[in-house]
Design a protein around this ligand. Structure first.
Ligand code: WTA
Length: 656
């Protein structure tokens, strides 16, 4: 199976209408209804969002102004007061949902826990009180470095409850990566666990926190709260480290939700960009709450009868918006699974669907491609008839994978929502509404109502149908990132200055290339910047290059993405060595290991090639385009006239 080419995608003309039965029961059940909402929102976006904010969320105080747009800064529901943990928990307690399952959790070794809304509320209040007892106040940042256990969601909600912005760091990141993120956010408290289970192994987490904090590595951190999960032996530093179960025992289950301003910082989430360090993407309270709520309601078509499972990790935006905040704001049942398909049980996902009668399943194309490889017999051996809706996110889905998902997992009866969005957008931007939108394999279809998207050239002119261009959002939306934490200049440069539209226009530049077909459907083609997407995880080429050159053997490194059947893209590194070193297989392995240690296993290069020289322009810029071609074994495409030393190409080819 290969990745889609532009040509194959544009020749894709299969269309799948929503099944009639699905449409009849769906919240948005026809294209007419979608068009009506879309047109209404386009005509007056502020009025559209204000109406939904008033009916869908609970407020402590109503806003004065719906949108204050001072490009590129948008503020939503200015002057309003609310609390997202109140909207996710408290407001359900006065309804029949009080004893409904909020979170269903399944651990990799097989344990399970169900927390009702009332129980989850109690846990969150207790943790919020523990945070307070550790000196955390409104506005203080809390780092969360956790396995996929209920306490990860509890910690996030507890932060939101007392107005302490969280910064969740994916548990697969290394101590070094954790440290830079904690330093940037100036976290006061870190919430972690002794470890977690993944792929039949335990992953140590607390030791990584210890390494990050060693020698006063993160001076802002005063306390570490540790959840016991694996019971492995760890060291606890007296005065700094506290067991959650110890402090919980004495904590009150009463903790009123702090009234937060609409624009108060809700969380920071670091994501890779084109240059150096990861960016702290800033999301605020009201707009994020409303947008994740509405997208769950209309795109996931979440209902009280659903058991909804998103397979992401809470360390990514998908886990934030579509495991925790969006589903709980809707009073839904959200399933959290600690594990991933693994040697001891490659069919574990299908077991979970059968065991809990999952109705909505949301995963990533890379996972689907892995399932295809593992074989149909695994899902076929389970009863998946409870499923009614399937979703995908993270990277373009190749039509073959889409068709397999449709047939083998969806039994040809479940619509597929291919949702295009980003850490920065907070929620789904381009997506089918499953009861309304006819789908085409490989297309994220149309904008969510209230989202104005376009495909443009560098001057902001829309390109012709079928032509490639830059994907942009042309009007502010409630859950847009507000800034890059501590670096507003970077926010402007990264997202608002690439495209130079007409005077008075401001386009959000997503960093993705796209095309639109004659039906107005969007086809996202992938990143146009130096970000690579490995198994749906965003990695900056610069970050990996920095990790490589921090090894004594490496003089210079250039990292590019190479097409990979399973991962979508894989990391390919070209490396020049310091004089005393010679390339060997052992050194390749050592460098791969070094990157995993510096960043995390997700960044480990799939391939490293040693070379004497890197192709550069006369001004000294590495010509990545050429390296991308070489890495993928393609002919060198395009202009090479700016190359300083043309013999470099022959040398690189010779090394192939
Ligand atoms: C890519 C994940 C095509 C895209 C929610 C985007 C997609 C980046 C899709 C954001 C999709 C995500 N089709 N490409 N359905 N969904 N992407 O911030 O390149 O981890 O810019 O957010 O993933 O990745 P992030």
């Amino acid at each position: 199976m290969t990745q889609p080419t532009i040509e194959s995608i544009l020749q894709e003309n299969r269309t799948f209408a929503p099944p009639a039965e699905f449409s009849q029961a769906a919240t948005i059940g026809s294209m007419e209804q979608y068009r009506e909402l879309y047109d209404k929102a386009k005509a007056d976006p502020a009025a559209f969002w204000a109406e939904l904010a008033a009916t869908e969320l609970d407020w402590f105080q109503k806003w004065d102004q719906v949108l204050d747009w001072q490009p590129p800064h948008g503020q939503w529901f200015v002057g309003g007061k609310l609390n997202i943990s109140y909207n996710c928990l408290d407001r359900h307690l006065t309804t029949w949902r009080k004893n409904k399952a909020a979170l269903i959790w399944e651990g990799e070794p097989g344990e399970s826990v169900t927390l009702t809304y009332a129980q989850l509320h109690r846990e969150v209040c207790k943790m919020a009180n523990v945070f307070k007892s550790l000196g955390v106040k409104k506005g203080d940042r809390v780092g969360i470095y956790m396995p996929m256990i209920p306490e990860a969601a509890i910690a996030m909600l507890a932060c939101a409850r007392i107005g302490a912005p969280h910064s969740v760091v994916f548990g697969g990141f290394s101590a070094e990566a954790l440290k830079t993120r904690l330093i940037d956010a100036e976290a006061k408290l870190v919430v972690t666990a002794d470890g977690g289970y993944r792929k039949d192994k335990t992953i140590p987490l607390k030791p990584a926190v210890d390494a990050a904090l060693a020698h006063d590595g993160v001076p802002s951190v005063e306390n570490v709260l540790v959840v016991q999960r694996t019971h492995e032996k760890i060291t606890m530093e007296p005065g700094r480290d506290h067991w959650w179960h110890d402090l919980k025992a004495g904590a009150s289950a009463v903790c009123p939700a702090e009234p937060m301003d609409s624009e108060d910082l809700l969380f920071i989430l670091y994501t890779s960009g084109t240059t150096g360090n990861p960016k702290g993407v800033v999301h605020t309270t009201a707009g994020y709450n409303l947008y994740t709520h509405m997208t769950c309601k209309w795109t996931l078509d979440l209902k009280d009868t659903d058991v909804y499972w998103c397979t992401a990790d809470v360390g990514w935006i998908t886990g934030h918006s579509y495991i925790v905040y969006g589903p709980l704001s809707n009073g839904a049942t959200s399933l959290m699974y600690e594990g991933v398909p693994r040697p001891s049980n490659p069919g574990c996902f299908w077991d979970v669907i059968e065991k809990y009668g999952v109705t909505i399943f949301y995963t990533a194309p890379t996972a689907i491609r892995a399932f295809i490889k593992l074989g149909e017999h695994l899902p076929n051996a389970r009863d998946l008839s409870s499923l009614r809706l399937l979703g995908t996110v993270g990277e373009p889905i190749n039509p073959e994978a889409w068709m397999w998902y449709h047939k083998v997992i969806g039994g040809e009866r479940c619509p597929i929502i291919d949702t295009w969005w980003q850490t920065e957008t907070g929620g789904f931007m381009l997506t089918p509404l499953p009861g309304a939108t006819p789908t085409k394999p490989g297309s994220a279809t149309l904008p969510f109502p209230g989202i104005l998207a376009d495909v443009v050239d560098l001057e902001g002119n829309p390109v012709k149908d079928g032509e490639g261009g830059y994907l942009v959002i042309t009007h502010p939306w409630p859950s847009m990132l507000r800034t890059v934490y501590g670096d507003d200049d970077r926010f402007r440069r990264t997202y608002w200055e690439h495209i130079q539209p007409k005077e008075g226009q401001h386009f959000y530049f997503a960093g993705d290339g796209a095309r639109r077909d004659a039906d107005g459907y969007f086809w996202v083609m992938g990143r146009v910047d130096d970000v690579i997407n490995v198994s749906g995880h965003r990695l900056g080429t610069m970050e990996i290059e920095s990790a490589l050159v921090s090894h004594p053997a490496v003089a210079e490194a250039a990292v590019v993405g190479r097409t990979d059947d399973l991962k979508g893209e894989d990391v390919f590194a070209f490396v020049t060595l310091e004089g005393d070193y010679t390339g060997s297989d052992a050194l390749i392995n050592e460098l791969k290991q070094h990157v995993a240690k510096e960043i995390g296993a997700i960044a480990r290069p799939g391939d490293i090639r040693f070379t004497d020289v890197l192709p550069k322009t006369r001004s000294g810029k590495i010509m990545r385009r050429l390296l991308r071609n070489l890495a993928s074994g393609q002919e060198i495409a395009g202009d090479t006239s700016t190359l300083e030393d043309r013999s470099v190409l022959d040398k690189l080819r010779g090394g192939a």
